[in-house]
Design a protein around this ligand. Structure first.
Ligand code: TYD
Length: 214
């Protein structure tokens, strides 16, 4: 069995991390053992890169930012995600390569084709079975983030226009691959979102033959 790879995408404060935790809890309650990870991060090397990337004291040029994201990704995919999928597990990843297309592409303006090439190299072509996009007006997301997050990271501090470009690029990506993406309204109450997440995932798990899921 080849597992099931689910990624969570969206802007700041879109509720994706809360929903990831809820989904992991649901799967565990069904006797499944999902692997939960995040980007950038998820391995000692990638967590080190994460600290460098999110440090508000630094100002890397966009290409350095992109390459560090890809370096972290290559380590996570090779050492964590592929082995877990290979042993038939469900992998839930908080952000993946669509984040690079949205943030470094849409947000920073790096060429999409170059980023796609880097993504392919870093992931060795591994694509998610399902990508949940939590779509939310950036002003609402940033306000939510400012209320709840312990710390505001370097990318959170970008101007609203940056976050608007990120959102627009995400929606373009979802429109281009409607079978992989489920676009969810991040303004909905958490319980309602949880139900929508489950209805997007359940048929995929059934199709992949993941035991205990349905
Ligand atoms: P994090 O605190 O995990 O934010 P969030 O809770 O919104 O996921 O920080 C991750 C930040 O890194 C987030 O601002 C998005 C950014 N990022 C990129 O710019 N490119 C990428 O490829 C990835 C994976 C993340």
């Amino acid at each position: 069995m080849s597992g099931c790879f689910v990624t969570f995408e969206g802007g700041e404060g879109s509720g994706k991390s809360t929903q990831l935790e809820r989904l992991a809890g649901r799967l565990r309650a069904r006797g499944l053992d999902p692997l939960v990870t995040r980007e950038p991060g998820g391995t000692p090397l990638a967590e080190g890169i994460r600290e460098l990337l999110l440090d508000p004291a630094r100002r890397p040029p966009p290409m350095a930012e992109a390459l560090l994201m890809e370096a972290a990704r290559a380590d996570l995919v090779a050492n964590v995600i592929r082995p877990a999928l290979g042993s038939g597990r469900i992998v839930l990843c908080d952000r993946y390569d669509d984040s690079t297309l949205a943030y470094q592409g849409g947000g920073r303006g790096l060429p999409a084709e170059l980023l796609r090439t880097l993504n392919r190299a870093a992931t060795d072509g591994l694509k998610p079975d399902l990508t949940l996009l939590f779509d939310l007006d950036p002003a609402a997301g940033l306000a939510r983030r400012a209320r709840t997050a312990a710390s505001v990271n370097r990318l959170d501090r970008e101007p609203e226009a940056f976050h608007a470009r990120v959102r627009a690029r995400y929606l373009e990506l979802a429109a281009a691959e409607p079978r992989r993406f489920a676009v969810l309204d991040g303004a909905l109450p958490p319980d309602r979102l949880e139900a929508l997440v489950w209805s997007a995932l359940e048929p995929r798990l059934a199709a992949l033959g993941v035991r205990g899921a349905v």
